[in-house]
Write a protein that binds this ligand. Structure first.
Ligand code: ADP
Length: 471
């Protein structure tokens, strides 16, 4: 048996046995006392009644000669022995018949109940039950000492019958309580056992296992927590597999191109000219970028990304970055604008990572904005923003384009790894779906926030905040 079941059952048994035992003991004590009190009282009444009857008898007869049949008639049961002595102490009546004629002093009878008629003593009445003499108050006395009321055999039988019933009731109660205890224990431990089974299943890799417990107690809560833990483990595992599949996929494309081109050059199909070399270089660079992006993400995930935080003129850095995109923008007749709203304090950031963020956002903006469009970068300071939970005063950088925009169903996912709105198109452009994931990670490691607003056909704005470190 499992140890918790054993402990619960032992606890049940102890509680039941102790409480029933105590109850039986106390019931026995008080019922016994009550019973004896009742017997004492009825003895007292009985002996008084007998004395009164004998007194009436004497008044009629004026002697005790014919007392024996009267005494026999007054006897309650065979257990009672009634004895009458005359004023000289001689026994004149005995329901047992053996002591008639003997002297009270020889028989050890003392302190009987006087039989009187208006203060005249006529004799003494003695009541002996089961060998114990009963006094006026109904209590017994032996050798001059008060003892408990003597009980007749019938009364003794009644008392021990009562105790036996108490014992039987106790035993039945203990058995019933034990059976109920086992039943309850099963009910309590069954969900725990199913949780233990569930934990084993999860630890053996069966992440789809769930426990069923609909109760609203602590165990139900535990089962719910277990199920949500299993959900997130399964989700994490699914995510891990998806990412591995995506990485494999992304690595294979450039490798296939390089492999094909090199083999074709070797076989003399292609000339090793500049055009072919550029293809190889471009694919190698794409591979290098992919590997470096993945490395950045995994370092950031494990909290090992080292940031070179230095006071940085953010507006200056972004202005220089925009200048690098001028040529590509002009090719598409796109106007690049930078607005710096107010004095921007120097920020403690890693300039290399900030450049990476801006490169990714501007590359995306250029990629998704058509001929003659606009890309505007705004920089301003802002107080804490409750909607986006920036928490403290920050610098807000936004990159707005007048491009194709992003449909609402894609918006919640675009910061996920390898997520692409249109996979085929992005791949041709060289995007692996990691750009925004990197942006998000890099902003977060700086303690900032990132979000997007977009309307299909009108354009998108990506917002990035960096907290201003005071002092
Ligand atoms: P990729 O490197 O493939 O572009 P990203 O993570 O940078 O991947 O972006 C994810 C997806 O978000 C892209 O597939 C793209 O469709 C969409 N996206 C990103 N920026 C913009 C933008 N400025 N306008 C429209 N769509 C965008």
């Amino acid at each position: 048996m499992h140890s918790i079941s054993r402990k619960l059952i032992i606890a049940f048994i102890l509680v039941v046995v102790i409480s029933l035992g105590l109850m039986a003991y106390l019931t026995n004590l008080s019922a016994g006392r009550e019973f004896r009190d009742y017997i004492t009282q009825s003895n007292a009444i009985y002996i008084q009644n007998v004395a009164t009857s004998l007194s009436s008898f004497y008044q009629q007869e004026s002697n005790w000669d014919k007392v024996q049949p009267v005494l026999d008639g007054l006897q309650r049961s065979v257990n009672d022995r009634l004895l009458v002595a005359d004023t000289s102490g001689r026994i004149v009546g005995d329901t047992s018949g053996t002591w008639v004629g003997k002297q009270v002093s020889q028989l050890g009878l003392t302190d009987g109940v006087n039989i009187n008629v208006s203060d005249n003593n006529l004799g003494v009445l003695y009541l002996v039950i089961s060998g114990v003499q009963v006094g006026r108050g109904g209590r017994g006395f032996m050798g001059g000492r008060n003892v408990n009321s003597p009980l007749s055999t019938g009364e003794q039988n009644f008392l021990s019958g009562f105790n036996n019933s108490l014992l039987i009731v106790g035993l039945i109660s203990v058995t019933v309580a034990l059976l109920l205890g086992i039943l309850f224990t099963r009910q309590i431990t069954r969900p725990i056992q199913s949780l233990i089974y569930g934990v084993r299943q999860i630890s053996h890799g069966n992440l789809m296992h769930r426990v069923e417990d609909k109760s609203d107690d602590e165990i139900g809560e535990l089962a719910n927590s277990f199920n949500s833990m299993a959900d997130s483990l399964a989700k994490g595992e699914q995510e891990r597999r998806r990412i591995i599949a995506d990485i494999t996929h992304e690595l294979r494309t450039p490798l296939t191109v390089i492999d094909g081109t090199v083999k074709a050059i070797k076989d003399g199909v292609y000339q090793p000219d500049n055009e072919r070399m550029d293809v190889i270089i471009e694919q190698t660079q794409q591979l290098a970028r992919l590997v470096s992006d993945l490395r950045d993400l995994s370092l950031a995930d494990s909290g090992q990304l080292k940031l070179e935080l230095i006071p940085t003129d953010v507006a200056g850095l972004i202005s220089r970055k925009l200048a690098q995109f001028e040529v590509r923008a002009r090719e598409k007749n796109i106007k690049l604008t930078l607005n710096v709203a107010n004095r921007i304090p120097e920020l403690m950031v890693d300039p290399y990572r900030l450049e990476q963020i801006m490169t990714n956002l501007l590359t995306n903006a250029l990629r998704h904005t058509g001929q003659g469009g606009n890309i505007t970068v705004n920089i301003r300071t802002m107080d804490s923003d409750t909607q986006h939970q920036t928490g403290k005063p920050s610098v807000l950088i936004s990159v707005t384009d007048t491009g194709e925009g992003i449909a609402p169903e894609h918006l919640p996912h675009i910061f996920e790894r390898f997520y692409r709105v249109d996979p085929s198109r992005s791949r041709n452009d060289g995007g692996a779906g990691l750009g925004l994931a990197i942006v998000k990670q890099m902003v977060q490691v700086h303690g900032g926030k990132v979000w997007v607003e977009s309307k299909v056909g009108q354009g998108s704005t990506f917002f990035v905040t960096f907290p201003i470190n005071e002092g």
